[in-house]
Design a protein around this ligand. Structure first.
Ligand SMILES: [Zn+2]
Length: 206
């Protein structure tokens, strides 16, 4: 009689596994995605097997956005960008930003939606803007501006493509260019603190 119990419990186990694979709700996915927000996990769901779904890591978003950012200097194309992220600055520092040369007064545009976190004047950066992305996990940094665009102020919500300032050579810039950087913010969302991400590929650079 013992084998009957073994067979029955085997069938029950198989049924449970099948139920799970057929789309039982995934608790990590449900809690990680705010209501109404498109989830990159859900988009890829169909392409993943049930084994991959179980093994999927909980943190999936490692970039500001899956779509490409707008090139922040009007009239500049992706093929004109050069990857200056890893250039040395002094003996112990890297550039960790892109320099985009342009004539003084060229329009500087918001690379994505998000609010102006801080307008700041610094000795190296000159006139700068720190913009948070909509998730407030990343900051976009625009430096050496000649002046700000009208209406740009701290707390203002920007749309991708909004005019935010004009190319200049303020701070330690020798010739007019935009110094553009992306930082991943810490949990306190301090606009002046973060780890740099290379914007080159995110702007479409090749
Ligand atoms: Zn620079």
């Amino acid at each position: 009689m013992k084998w009957i119990y073994m067979v029955l419990s085997g069938v029950l186990l198989a049924a449970l596994v099948l139920f799970w694979a057929a789309g039982a709700p995934d608790p990590t996915m449900m809690s990680a995605t705010p209501i109404g927000m498109p989830s990159p996990v859900q988009v890829n769901k169909a392409a993943l097997s049930s084994t991959q779904r179980v093994a999927r890591p909980t943190v999936v978003i490692i970039q500001p956005a899956s779509h490409r950012l707008l090139i922040p200097v009007a009239g500049v194309t992706a093929s004109q960008l050069s990857n200056t992220f890893n250039q040395a600055r002094g003996s112990d520092r890297r550039h960790e930003a892109l320099d985009i040369p342009a004539p003084q007064g060229t329009h500087v545009l918001a690379v994505a939606d998000g609010k102006v976190a801080k307008l700041f004047t610094s000795k190296p950066g000159g006139l700068t803007i720190y913009q948070f992305d909509v998730s407030e996990k990343f900051a976009y940094y625009y430096a050496h501006l000649d002046h700000y665009a009208e209406g740009v102020d701290e707390g203002v919500l920007l749309k991708r493509g909004d005019l935010i300032g004009y190319v200049g050579a303020t701070g330690n810039a020798v010739t007019p260019h935009l110094h553009f950087a992306i930082f991943e913010l810490g949990p306190k969302k301090q606009w002046w603190k973060g780890s740099a991400i290379n914007p080159f590929a995110l702007l479409g650079g090749v």
